[in-house]
Design a protein around this ligand. Sequence first.
Ligand code: C5P
Length: 235
Amino acid sequence: MTQNPIIAALDVPTIEQALKLAQQLAPAVGAFKIGKELFTSAGPDIVRRVRDTGASVFLDLKFHDIPNTVAKAIAAAVRLDVQMLTIHASGGSEMMRAAEQAAQQTAAQLGHTAPLVLGVTVLTSQDSNTLAELGGETDVAKQVERLALLAAKSGLRGLVCSPLEIAALRRILPPEIQLVTPGIRTGAEKADDQKRTLTPREAIQAGASWLVIGRPITAAADPRAAAESILNSLR
Ligand code: C5P
């Protein structure tokens, strides 16, 4: 393990709660995930304030729009100095190529390392019925593989996937593609609304590069101790 692979999800609505968690957890995790709820209520300043703790930021806004709009949003995120961000692979190859190019070019202009642009394939809340409504492929696993291969071909260097997709994706993707997976449970806590989970160790052994972990850390009586214990379980 060359890096701390834990991404703690800051799934809280206010700047105060997010910063308290970030300050508590920064030394024990590899990055913080800022999602739609926190970003929409707190604004871009939350990214700067979390970056001030010294931690990396994963901005999970799942962009999906015309290529030019996505490219501009990515450039803005690079200026905010985020290290990872998400787009929908279903936006197509032109959108994904524009996103990756915007990340690389803006980072080069600023002298930053380009952030990892992650493709989201099929949301885990979607099933074959959802896919049937949209037309086209209705087999979820096949659609995940199709979009994952398209993302890699379009130049993306990483994907978000469910724990149970890791092994199949590792078989078909170039090994340098980074896989980021939520749905992690240690066994010590309840599964909440997550239906298909792996433990942190199982997910890394299956080939995950990063683990997005929310409630097992943030809802623990001692979040810092929970993060440290997960990290120890990986060593
Ligand atoms: O609390 P928990 O560990 O379930 O949080 C997981 C995080 O990962 C949440 O921010 C959730 O929105 C996100 N996520 C997920 N499943 C997906 C995609 C994202 O749980 N398929």
